[in-house]
Design a protein around this ligand. Structure first.
Ligand code: SF4
Length: 378
């Protein structure tokens, strides 16, 4: 069917020409064959305790239902004690990962945040985060932080206490930051800044999670450009361990509440093209809580990872989409002839490559089995 296309080394033009719903089945078949060659019947996931450190944020994305303004009764920064309690609950529930996520650089914009941090003895969220990561390690959890865009020195500091880190590229189109775009009021969503952060993480050998967000007004061409932007970064630095193909879901009360979400075909086609572009180099992750009831189809698109689910906390970024339980994820994966395997926030390949700081290494070796997945608990 695709006689003139070299699937071993897909070009941007070829990927774009394939990105049509009429090719969906055929492209998914090719993607699925590649997935099988590199990952067999294994689909991975991780168990995390999701820690929404603060919902203050200097950005204002049109689809966000998480961020809060000062004065809002739900605006908050979690105190060290609150975080510690959550960490302990996470450990008791069998998690291996402390997933720190929060609004970007809120201290730049809000005196309330600066004052509170100062009261606790910190001059920035990154400094505060560093100590919380140490607390997670003390409890026996591996930190994975998503603090937004960062300076190289900040990543260098956080690398010491994180098993892996993350930043969604979302999309490489500057157009989405223009007037009327979803990122018009979000300086941190400028593609150039995000690409720079992903590049710094590569220079510093940080195992990295990134991804694209589908359905926020981007064109198909911009989606493919975003996949190739990530490919270029990975070719240079080799640090991207997983790419999340995340579907936008409208949240009531946000400016984009009436925008229709991307179709299942859109998600499958994008996951399949990402697999074709990256072949076996990175895991392709699709969030299960945003796709309940569509798992059977998605598992045929070349994906091989469900990402993190939290048995302790809810997904505050997508409050109407609770995570499935481990049992449910196991059942749906098995019913589709795959094997669910628990991994750590750092993938086996990056443990082998030694992308691990001295502070993190002992806990990784305690939690990992000989293949680098999570050791069975007995
Ligand atoms: S989506 Fe993230 S960066 Fe955008 S406003 Fe919400 S918290 Fe901030």
């Amino acid at each position: 069917m695709f006689k003139n296309i070299d699937f071993e080394d897909l070009t941007f033009e070829e990927a774009l020409s394939l990105s049509s719903e009429k090719n969906l089945r055929a492209i998914c078949d090719v993607a699925n064959r590649i997935r099988k060659r590199y990952y067999g019947d294994i689909v991975t996931f991780s168990l995390n305790v999701f820690i929404p450190l603060t919902n203050y944020c200097r950005n204002r994305c049109s689809y966000c239902g998480f961020r809060r303004e000062p004065g809002d009764p739900l605006a908050r920064i979690m105190s060290p004690e609150e975080v510690e309690n959550l960490l302990i609950r996470g450990k008791k529930a069998g998690c291996t990962e402390a997933l720190f996520t929060f609004g970007e650089k809120p201290e730049e914009k809000y005196p309330e945040v600066r004052n509170l941090l100062e009261e606790w003895g910190y001059s920035s969220m990154v400094d505060y985060l560093y100590d919380l990561c140490l607390a997670a390690l003390d409890v026996g959890l591996l930190p994975h932080s998503n603090p937004g865009i960062l300076e190289k020195s900040e990543i260098e500091k956080l690398k010491q206490v994180n098993a892996s880190m993350g930043l969604m590229l979302e999309n490489c189109s500057e157009r989405l930051c223009g007037a009327g775009g979803p990122h018009e009021h979000s300086p941190g969503k400028l593609p150039e800044s995000r690409i720079k952060t992903i590049k710094y993480a590569g220079e510093l050998k940080v195992p990295f999670t990134t991804g694209i967000l589908l359905g926020i007004g981007e064109t198909v061409k911009e989606r493919i450009e975003s996949i190739f932007t990530l490919k270029k970064l990975h070719e240079k630095y080799g640090h991207i361990q997983e790419i999340i193909v995340q579907n936008f879901t409208p949240i009531p009360g946000t400016p984009m509440e009436k925008v229709p979400p991307p179709s299942l075909s859109d998600v499958m086609l994008t996951a399949a093209i990402t697999r074709l572009v990256f072949r076996g180099e990175v895991s392709i992750q699709i969030p299960p809580n945003l796709n309940i009831g569509r798992e059977c189809e998605l598992l045929t698109s070349g994906m091989n990872d469900w990402g993190g689910i939290s048995p302790v906390t809810s997904d505050e970024i997508n409050p109407n989409h609770p995570w499935p339980t481990r049992q449910k994820l196991e059942k749906v994966t098995r019913e589709n002839n795959f094997r669910l395997v628990e991994r750590l926030p750092i993938y086996p390949k990056y443990i082998q490559k030694g992308y691990v700081s001295g502070k993190i290494a002992p806990l990784i070796h305690e939690l990992a089995d000989e293949k680098g997945y999570r050791k069975c608990e007995n």
